[in-house]
Design a protein around this ligand. Structure first.
Ligand SMILES: Nc1ncnc2c1ncn2[C@@H]1O[C@H](COP(=O)(O)OP(=O)(O)OP(=O)(O)O)[C@@H](O)[C@H]1O
Ligand SMILES: [Mg+2]
Length: 476
C-alpha cells in the first residue's frame, strides 16, 4: 500500500486504523434519550438525513486526512506525480472504509478522494472555490462561514472548515509558502497565492469569532475593453473617448469603492497604450496584466517579522523615475507615494495612471488632498489644489451598484482652477432611472452634452472624435 510514500519509521503501522476506529461516532444512548425527550416523535426530514450524511463524511474525511498526513512521507510527496498520489489516496480510503464497514456511493467516494487530495496538496475546502471561475472573491468568517462573490453578489456557501485549527492550518500553509508568519503577536498578513490571487488573513484574538480570510481571485483572462462594453460597464462611445484620452497621454485616475472594478478598469485602459512605450507598473500585489511588450513590473514589500526589509510603493515609484519610463502605472495610491505620483504626472511622465478609493470625482480630489496633508507636506491648500489640478486630467469613476452590476458611472475632466476650487466637468455618466420588481437597476449611459476640454488635443493627435459622442442620450 503506502509503499513509495510511506514514512519509513517510527510511525507505528496501525495508527490510521486505530484513529479511525473512533469515528464515525454514533450518538451515545444518553444523547439519543435527550433528543427523544425534547423532540416530538423523531421525524427525520430528508434535509436532516443529508446533513447527517455530510457530517459523517466530514468526520471520516478528517480522520482519513490525519491518517494520510501521519503516514505519508510529505517530502517524497512533493515529487510524486498527481496520478501516483491519487492512487495512494484511493487505496487508503478504500482500505479504511472497508475496515470500518462504511459503504459510500461512487459520487461520495469521488468527492472524498478529491477533498483529501486537495487537503494534502492544496488549500483544502478553499480549493473548489479557487477553481470555480464564476467566483470573484472568497470571504471566510471563521471556520463555519464561507461567502463567495459571484456577479457582484455575495452568497453563503455550504463549504466549511472542520474547525478553527483546520482553518489556521490552511492559512499557515499559504503564508509560510511566501516566507511570512501569522500568529497572536503578528495577527494579520497579506500574501499572494500561487495562482496570483490576492490573499489577506487575520487571526484571533484580533479576529474575534475565528480567522478572517479574504481572497480576490486572480483572473487569468482579465476583462478587456470589448468584454466590459459587452457587459454594459460602459459604452462604445465612452470607450472611444477613453482610447483618445489614454493615447494622447492624459493622466488618469480610476476612482471607486472596494471591489468596484478599479483594477479591471485600469488594466483595460492600459490596452490603449502604444506598444512602443516603456511602461513601469507598481503594485502591492501584482494583478495588472499588460499586453504590451515593454513592461517592467514591481511589487512593493511590507516589512518582515522583525519590521525590516520594507520596500514601500513610494520607494518603488522613486526608483521607477530613474528607470526611464514612458508611463508609470501605480496599482493604488493610498499614502505618501501620492507626492511622487503627482510629481511624475506633472513632470514629463504624462499618461500615467493610478486608482484611489473614493466615491466620486470630487471625493477623489479630496482624498488626494488628504493624502498630501497626511504625507506631512505643509503647503497652502491652494497650492496643493493647483498641483492636483495640473497633474490629473481625468477621473473615471467605477462603481458596484446595489444589484451587483459594475459600471463606469462617471467620466470627469479636470479643467483647471477657479479661485481656490478645482474646476471639473463631467462628460459621461450613468443615469439611473428606476428599479425593476426584481431589484435590477434600470438606467442608461449618456453624455452630458459638454464638449471635451481636450477635444482639440485629441484632434491634433489624430483622434478626431465626432461631436455626436458628446450628445446626451434620451431615456428610452
Ligand atoms: N464590469 C464588470 N463586470 C463584471 N465583473 C467585473 C467588472 N469589473 C470588475 N469585475 C470583477 O470584479 C472583481 C473585482 O474587480 P477589481 O479587482 O477590478 O476591483 P477593485 O476595485 O480593484 O477591488 P479592490 O478595491 O479590492 O482593489 C474582479 O473579479 C473582476 O473580474
Ligand atoms: Mg484593485
Amino acid at each position: 500500500m503506502f509503499s513509495k510514500y510511506k514514512k519509513a519509521a517510527p510511525t507505528p503501522a496501525p495508527a490510521p486504523a486505530e484513529k479511525v476506529t473512533e469515528l464515525p461516532k454514533a450518538d451515545s444512548p444518553a444523547k439519543v434519550a435527550r433528543k427523544a425527550n425534547t423532540q416530538a416523535p423523531a421525524q427525520v426530514t430528508p434535509m436532516d438525513k443529508e446533513r447527517k450524511r455530510k457530517e459523517r463524511i466530514g468526520e471520516i474525511k478528517l480522520e482519513l486526512h490525519r491518517a494520510l498526513l501521519d503516514n505519508l512521507n510529505l517530502a517524497a510527496l512533493e515529487h510524486a506525480s498527481e496520478q501516483d498520489l491519487r492512487q495512494e489516496i484511493i487505496a487508503i480510503t478504500g482500505e479504511v472504509l472497508e475496515e470500518k464497514n462504511i459503504i459510500l456511493n461512487r459520487e461520495d467516494r469521488q468527492t472524498l478522494n478529491q477533498e483529501l487530495f486537495d487537503e494534502v496538496t492544496g488549500l483544502g475546502p478553499l480549493e473548489t472555490l479557487l477553481k470555480d471561475d464564476t467566483v470573484n472573491d472568497i470571504l471566510v468568517n471563521g471556520p463555519k462561514q464561507i461567502f463567495v462573490e459571484r456577479a457582484g453578489k455575495l452568497q453563503l456557501t455550504d463549504i466549511t472548515f472542520k474547525d478553527e485549527r483546520h482553518l489556521l492550518r490552511i492559512i499557515d500553509k499559504i503564508v509560510s509558502a511566501v516566507g511570512r508568519r501569522v500568529d497572536e503577536s503578528n495577527p494579520y498578513v497579506d500574501a499572494r497565492l500561487q495562482d496570483g490571487s490576492r490573499f489577506n488573513a487575520m487571526v484571533p484574538p484580533i479576529a474575534v469569532d475565528g480567522s478572517l480570510v479574504s481572497i480576490r481571485k486572480f483572473k487569468k483572462d482579465k476583462l478587456g475593453v470589448d468584454d466590459l462594453v459587452q457587459f454594459g460597464a460602459f459604452t462604445e462611445e465612452m470607450a472611444a473617448y477613453l482610447q483618445a484620452a489614454v493615447a494622447t497621454r492624459l493622466n488618469i485616475i480610476v476612482s471607486g469603492g472596494t471591489g468596484s472594478g478599479k483594477t479591471t478598469t485600469l488594466n483595460a485602459l492600459s490596452s490603449f497604450i502604444d506598444n512602443a512605450e516603456r511602461i513601469l507598473t507598481i503594485e502591492d500585489t501584482a494583478e495588472l496584466q499588460l499586453q504590451q511588450t515593454h513592461v517592467g513590473r514591481m511589487e512593493s514589500r511590507p516589512p518582515n517579522v522583525e519590521g525590516k526589509g520594507e520596500v514601500s510603493p513610494r520607494d518603488c515609484l522613486k526608483n521607477a523615475l530613474r528607470m526611464r519610463p514612458d508611463r508609470i502605472i501605480v496599482g493604488e495610491t493610498r499614502g505618501e507615494e501620492v507626492i511622487d505620483m503627482l510629481q511624475a504626472m506633472n513632470t514629463g511622465h504624462d499618461g500615467s495612471m493610478t486608482t484611489i478609493h473614493a466615491n466620486s470625482a470630487r471625493d477623489g480630489i479630496s482624498r488626494l488632498e488628504n493624502m498630501i496633508a497626511m504625507a506631512g507636506i505643509e503647503m497652502p491648500i491652494k497650492a496643493v489644489r493647483s498641483q492636483v489640478s495640473s497633474a490629473v486630467n481625468l477621473i473615471v469613476q467605477a462603481s458596484r451598484l446595489q444589484d451587483g452590476s459594475r459600471r463606469m458611472t462617471s467620466i470627469t475632466e479636470i479643467t483647471g482652477m477657479e479661485g481656490d476650487v478645482i474646476s471639473m466637468q463631467e462628460i459621461f455618466r450613468y443615469q439611473r432611472v428606476g428599479l425593476t420588481p426584481d431589484n435590477k437597476i434600470i438606467g442608461h449611459f449618456t453624455a452630458t452634452g459638454v464638449r471635451s476640454h481636450f477635444a482639440e488635443r485629441f484632434r491634433l493627435w489624430g483622434y478626431d472624435l465626432p461631436a455626436s459622442i458628446y450628445e446626451p442620450v434620451a431615456a428610452e
